[in-house]
Design a binder for this molecule. Structure first.
Ligand SMILES: Nc1ncnc2c1ncn2[C@@H]1O[C@H](COP(=O)(O)OP(=O)(O)OP(=O)(O)O)[C@@H](O)[C@H]1O
Length: 277
């Protein structure tokens, strides 16, 4: 008898277009297994953020469906979605006059009844979220006084206070220097491995995608054009066809590392347009 595993998140035949424009995302399918780290990569404007917003139900798909733990998200209420899933983006809303701890407490809101305050066991979760993100020492500092890296970690602590099973991230390292980028990626790796949190992350840094993700989904013009392990996906042809660049590939302990060498000799017209070296 074959054993079927319920996917942490599945999307089937998603469609989305803005206004009267043609569909930006058309027929997008994806599934993430529990505990998997999935990276979504692709050129600017390929529809990555649009897909992530549909996965988080920040926008409703114009076609297709998203299921979380086997449940159709269209029929779930916002609070129960927020008890299972959270999203961190590259920039966060400006919140004034709030300490890190107060921000992290907001992560408990989906778990509180309307009359309940964040106390007792909820405060214990806040302590835990501050601890796993190494924010304990900064918990009483005003958010606006933190560096960009510290602030991003504070928002991640708030996400963790939601005790999510699924963490969606949209280029969370964009404005961070390399040390803070690695610190955030390592922290997410720890949460993924130790807490079993499923991670779906949009990222532009393909070397980081190769190093951290279990599986890569590459998008171009609203569609998936490659899918597989970093080693399967990151080939010389991939860089030409999807990003229009020539690249050299090296392997560090089996992990592909690419070096961009220039623009490909002709613009790729499609996935079958090979450029001979
Ligand atoms: N609010 C909007 N109104 C109209 N068009 C939009 C809107 N948001 C995005 N688009 C268009 O949809 C397409 C896909 O955008 P999206 O942000 O999903 O791509 P992306 O792959 O995340 O891009 P990037 O890598 O630059 O962040 C782009 O052509 C973009 O111009």
């Amino acid at each position: 008898m074959t054993k079927t595993t319920t996917q942490a998140l599945s999307a089937a035949d998603l469609k989305y277009g803005y206004g009267r424009e043609a569909a930006i995302v058309n027929g997008f399918d994806l599934s993430a297994a529990p505990g998997e780290w999935l990276g979504i990569v692709g050129p600017n404007g390929s529809g990555k953020s649009t897909v992530l917003c549909m996965l988080a139900r920040l926008v409703s798909p114009q076609g297709g469906s998203v299921t979380m733990d086997g449940k159709d998200m269209a029929s779930m209420d916002t609070k129960s979605i927020a008890r299972h899933m959270t999203m961190l983006t590259q920039t966060q809303e400006q919140v004034q006059d709030i300490t890190v701890r107060e921000l992290v407490r907001r992560g408990r809101n989906p778990h509180l009844k309307w009359y309940e305050e964040c106390r007792g066991k909820h405060e214990d979760v806040v302590d835990w979220a501050l601890k796993v993100t190494s924010m304990q020492d900064l918990q009483h500092r005003p958010l606006q006084e933190l560096s960009g890296g510290e602030r991003q970690r504070a928002w991640l602590a708030m996400c963790m206070a939601q005790t999510p099973k699924l963490l969606l991230l949209d280029e969370p390292t964009t404005y961070l220097d390399i040390a803070h980028q690695l610190e955030l990626m390592e922290l997410i790796r720890q949460l993924n491995r130790e807490q079993g949190i499923t991670v779906i992350m949009v990222l532009h840094d393909l070397n980081q995608a190769a190093r951290y993700c279990d599986r890569i989904v590459a998008m171009k013009q609203g569609e998936i054009v490659r899918e597989g392990t970093p080693g399967d996906v990151f080939r010389v042809e991939f860089f030409r066809e999807v990003f229009g660049i020539e690249a050299k590939l090296y392997y560090d302990d089996g992990v592909p590392v690419y070096l961009p060498c220039g623009i490909a000799k002709s613009e790729p017209e499609g996935m079958n347009a090979y450029v001979t070296a």
